[in-house]
Design a protein around this ligand. Sequence first.
Ligand code: GRF
Length: 201
Amino acid sequence: ARVVVLVSGSGTNLQALLDACTETSYGARVVAVGADRDDIEGLARADRAGVPTFVAKVDDYSSREHWDRALGDKVGAFEPDLVVSAGFMKLVSPDFLERFLTLNTHPALCPAFPGMHGPRDALEHGVKVTGATLFVVDAGVDTGPIVAQVPVAVAEDDDVESLHERIKTAERAMLVESVGRIAREGITVEGRRVRIGAAGR
Ligand code: GRF
């Protein structure tokens, strides 16, 4: 399966996918990496892996809609079976989501703690267990049908950074496992439910 990964930052989730893709039996291949800004480690990781990159900055377009369409065209040029948003800090339009089956990773157990500050919000709430979620992106913020989740215990002495780092370790493993399985076995999305291993695409 052809995968386009979208990033906005350090790209450790991307790196985990790139590493997994070196095994041909993995079933997925990162065919391009896109970003909404330049000079980020995520793009450097793609360069080092010999994977083509593209950048679409919102400020370079006359409107958010134009940006969204341009991003869709750049992604579409690589004819992906799947788009993975891995720390991509922008929301895309329903048109984009209609065009591409798009997965996103979130550092919390959805539907808990959506938005930009999953680890901070979990810590502030005092939960003892949080985690990471892989879901099919829909029109909401971190609301889409859930593909996979992994729990992570909150330690007494955690701060936001230590908790997020521990979540990210679990998140990367979940992402690699799920994307590989989807690439090999397909995915079917029916309303709120996701099935991997069915007839899917
Ligand atoms: C991940 O925890 C992702 O869920 C969140 O930002 C982090 C991105 O990390 N939205 P990286 O860029 O993959 O290292």
